[in-house]
Design a protein around this ligand. Structure first.
Ligand code: SF4
Length: 664
C-alpha cells in the first residue's frame, strides 16, 4: 500500500474500548480515503434513523489520501458524521496541521462511537492510543484548551489538536471543531456531535512516515507547482480600493471570460479570501440583509470598511496550512475595543466578513475581528451564526421577536454591540440565545409559520455567502448536494477556473469568452458541469485537496498525476471522476437510508429569487431551480423526479454490494 496506512482506529466511548480495523486496498481504489473512507464506514455502521446526538451516531476524523505524500495543497482533514442540522450526511473540511497528524499516528481515519460518561480526550502517539480525563477542560475555549493540551501532552513532537469549545459542549447545533488555534471544520453541526459524545479533543503526536510509490515523481510535480505559485504575483499597482471596480465591471458585463488560475493564486497570496469582501458586494455575490437586500442597502460608504487592505494593516505574519505554498491565511493583531483580551487572531475569512458584514448591514470592522475570534474560541460556525443573527434581525424588524424576547437587546440592522451580546447568549444557550443556537430552521419551527419567510437555509443548513442568482451553479449545488447549502462544492467560476475539460473526456469545454446568459439555461451541458464539480470535489475530499488549489487550474495543480505517482495506480482522470461519482452517490444513499427526501434540500425561495430582488445587480433574476435539480439528478443517473440514485447507477458504480451490507 502506498500513500495510505491501510487501517482505521475505532474508539467506543461508551465502553472505553479502542481497536483498529484493516482496510483493504480495493476500498481505497474504489473510494480513496478522506470523505470516501468516511462514507464507507458510516454507511455501514450508523443504523437508519439514528439520533445524530445519540450513541449510534459515529464521528470520524479522516485524512486525505495525498496528505503527507509530498504533494502540495493536499493537507486538509475531513470530519464526517450524521448531521444534526440536516438529519442526513454531514461533513466538514479544514486546513491546518491535523490531517498529516492522523497519518503520522499510522491511521487513515479515527472513528468514535457511543457516548462517554465523563468528558474525555483521545491521546495517540507511535506507542498507542488512550482516553484521558477532560473534566478540567470542559467549558474552556478552543484556543486555551489547545494550549493546555499541548502542555499536558508534552511529546517529542508538537502534538496536533482538534478540539471543541463551549458551543459544541452546550450542544449548539451550529458548532464546529477547531485546530491550529481557531481554524474551524465548521459545517454540518460536527461540533455538536463531538460535544454529545463528551469528547473534548483529539490529540495526535505520532511521527510515522507515509510510503510513496514514486517519490521522485511526486517531488518533481510539487516543485513545478511551487515555482509557479512563487512566481504568481499581482502587479504592484493593484490595491484593495480597486477591487470594487472589478466587482462593478463584472456586474456590468454581459459576458464571462476565462482567466488563468494563477491570477487567483496571486490574489489569494496577497489577500486570501477577503479579496472578495469588496468585489462580492457590487457584483451581487455577497448576500445582503438576510438575502433580501442589495448594494443599494449596503453601499460603498459601508462596505469600503471591509477593504482587504484595511484588514491586512493588522497582519502580523502569514499563515499557511500544511504543505501549502499559497498560504492564504494570516495572523493578525487586534486591539480589542471591548475587553482587551485577545491579542492575536486568525485573519477573518471572506465568509465571516460577509456573514457579519452585508448580511446584517454591519460595517464595524473591529466588531468583525472580535466576532471572528469570539466564535472561533467558542467553536461556533461563523457562517451559520451570521445567518441566524440576520434571521433574528429580520424577525425583530417585523415584530416577530421583540425586546421582551431579547431581554432588552435592540436587534436592529447593523447593531454590532447587540450582535456580540446575542452571540454570547447563543454560545451559552441563555434566553433568546437558546432558541437561536440550533440554526434558523429549528428556530423558525419553534417560532411558527410567521417566521418561515425569513428562515434562509437549505435543508437545515445556513448557506455559504455566495448568491446563486449571481452564479447559478452555486445555487444548484446549494440545493442538490447531500450536504446542502455548501458553497465550496461547485460554481460556474470554479468550473471555468479548473479547466477540467482539458482532462476529463465528458466535461463540457468552455470557450474563452461567452454570454453569461448561457450559465442560466437549464440544459444537459450545465448539468454536466455541475456533475463535474461534484465529482471533482469528492476527489479533493478523498485526497485532502484544497478547493483554492483547484481554482489555480488543474493544468497547474496536477492532482491526477500526484494520485498516480503516490499510489502506483495507473488511473485516468475519467477513472478518478468515476470514483468521485461513487463517493457522491454513496453520500446520497446515506441520506436516503436516513429518510431524507432530496427535494426538501432545495434552497429557500429567497435565495432562488422566487420573488426577484427589485434593486441591485441581481434585480429581476429568478432561477429555475426545480428543473435544474431534476436535470442534475438525471445527469448523475439518479431518478430525475426523486433524486434517488437508480439501481442501474448503483450497479454501474459497483455500490450495490456495499449497500446490501457486504464489502466490495
Ligand atoms: S490555499 Fe489557504 S486554505 Fe487552502 S490549504 Fe493553502 S493556506 Fe490552507
Amino acid at each position: 500500500m502506498k500513500g495510505y496506512c491501510g487501517k482505521i482506529l475505532i474508539v467506543n466511548l461508551s465502553t472505553g474500548e479502542i481497536g483498529s480495523e484493516a482496510i483493504g486496498d480495493d476500498i481505497y481504489e474504489m473510494l480513496l480515503s478522506g470523505v470516501g473512507l468516511g462514507a464507507y464506514y458510516l454507511y455501514r455502521h450508523i443504523p437508519a434513523m439514528a439520533d445524530p446526538l445519540g450513541p449510534d451516531n459515529i464521528l470520524g476524523f479522516t485524512s486525505g489520501l495525498l496528505t503527507g505524500s509530498g504533494s502540495l495543497v493536499t493537507g486538509r482533514w475531513m470530519v464526517v458524521c450524521k448531521s444534526p442540522l440536516t438529519g442526513g450526511w454531514g461533513d466538514a473540511n479544514c486546513g491546518g496541521t491535523f490531517s498529516p497528524a492522523i497519518k503520522r499516528c499510522g491511521y487513515d481515519a479515527l472513528f468514535f462511537k457511543g457516548i462517554s460518561a465523563q468528558p474525555v480526550y483521545l491521546y495517540m502517539d507511535n506507542h498507542g492510543a488512550s482516553l484521558r480525563d477532560a473534566a478540567h477542560l470542559w467549558g474552556i475555549d478552543t484556543v486555551e484548551s489547545e494550549s493546555l493540551l499541548r502542555n499536558e501532552c508534552k511529546a517529542q513532537k508538537k502534538p496536533s489538536v482538534a478540539v471543541i469549545g463551549p458551543a459544541g459542549e452546550n450542544g449548539a447545533l451550529i458548532s464546529g471543531i477547531s485546530n491550529d488555534s481557531g481554524r474551524m471544520a465548521a459545517r454540518s453541526g460536527v461540533g455538536a456531535v463531538m460535544g454529545s459524545k463528551k469528547l473534548k479533543a483529539v490529540v495526535l503526536a505520532g511521527s510515522r512516515r507515509i510510503a510513496v510509490h514514486d517519490s521522485a515523481r511526486v517531488k518533481a510535480i510539487s516543485k513545478a507547482y511551487a515555482i509557479k505559485i512563487k512566481k504568481a504575483a499581482l502587479p504592484k499597482i493593484m490595491k484593495g480600493w480597486m477591487l470594487p471596480l472589478m466587482g462593478k465591471m463584472m456586474a456590468g458585463s454581459k459576458n464571462n471570460a476565462l482567466m488563468d488560475g494563477l491570477a487567483v493564486a496571486a490574489m489569494n497570496k496577497k489577500w486570501g479570501t477577503i479579496a472578495n469582501n469588496t468585489v462580492g458586494v457590487p457584483n451581487g455575490d455577497s448576500p445582503i440583509k438576510n438575502w433580501g437586500g442589495s448594494v443599494k442597502d449596503y453601499g460603498w460608504g459601508k462596505y469600503r470598511h471591509l477593504n482587504p487592505d484595511r484588514i491586512l494593516r493588522r497582519h502580523t505574519k502569514p499563515y499557511a496550512c500544511y504543505a501549502c505554498p499559497i498560504g492564504c491565511g494570516g495572523i493578525s493583531a487586534i486591539q480589542d475595543v471591548r475587553d482587551g483580551r485577545f491579542k492575536h487572531t486568525h485573519k477573518p475569512e471572506y465568509e465571516t466578513c460577509a456573514a457579519f458584514g452585508g448580511l446584517i448591514l454591519n460595517s464595524d470592522l473591529d466588531a468583525i475581528f472580535y466576532i471572528n475570534e469570539l466564535l472561533n474560541r467558542a467553536g461556533m460556525d461563523t457562517i451559520s451564526a451570521g445567518g441566524v443573527v440576520a434571521f433574528a434581525m429580520e424577525c425583530f424588524q417585523n415584530g416577530i421577536i421583540t425586546k421582551a424576547d431579547t431581554a432588552g437587546l435592540e436587534l436592529s440592522w447593523g447593531n454590532a454591540d447587540a450582535v456580540i451580546e446575542l452571540l454570547r447568549r447563543m454560545i451559552q444557550r441563555r434566553g433568546i440565545g437558546d432558541l437561536l443556537a440550533d440554526g434558523v430552521k429549528k428556530a423558525a419551527e419553534k417560532i411558527g409559520a410567521i417566521a418561515q419567510p425569513y428562515a434562509v437555509h437549505a435543508g437545515g443548513q445556513e448557506p455559504g455567502m455566495h448568491d446563486g442568482k449571481m452564479d447559478p451553479l452555486t445555487g444548484l449545488h446549494f440545493s442538490v448536494e447531500p450536504t446542502p447549502g455548501r458553497h465550496t462544492i461547485g460554481a460556474v467560476v470554479n468550473y471555468n477556473l479548473s479547466r477540467i475539460w482539458e482532462f476529463v473526456s465528458w466535461a463540457p469545454k468552455v470557450p474563452a469568452k461567452y454570454p453569461k446568459d448561457k450559465d442560466y439555461a437549464v440544459n444537459e451541458e450545465n448539468a454536466r458541469k455541475a456533475k463535474a464539480n461534484s465529482c471533482l470535489k469528492m476527489i479533493l475530499d478523498g485526497a485532502g485537496g484544497c478547493l483554492f488549489a483547484v481554482l489555480t487550474g488543474l493544468n497547474h495543480w496536477k492532482i491526477f498525476d500526484w494520485l498516480n505517482a503516490t499510489t502506483g495506480w495507473d488511473k485516468t482522470p475519467d477513472d478518478y471522476m468515476q470514483i468521485g461519482m461513487r463517493i457522491q452517490t454513496l453520500r446520497q444513499m446515506f441520506n436516503i437510508k436516513h429518510g431524507i427526501d432530496p427535494k426538501t434540500f432545495k434552497m429557500h425561495d429567497r435565495m432562488s429569487g422566487k420573488t426577484p430582488l427589485k434593486e441591485g445587480p441581481l434585480a429581476g433574476i429568478a432561477l429555475a431551480i426545480e428543473p435544474s435539480m431534476q436535470s442534475y439528478w438525471k445527469e448523475l443517473g439518479w431518478d430525475e423526479n426523486s433524486g434517488i440514485p437508480t439501481q442501474q447507477a448503483l450497479d454501474h458504480l459497483q455500490l450495490t454490494p456495499l449497500l446490501n451490507g457486504e464489502v466490495f
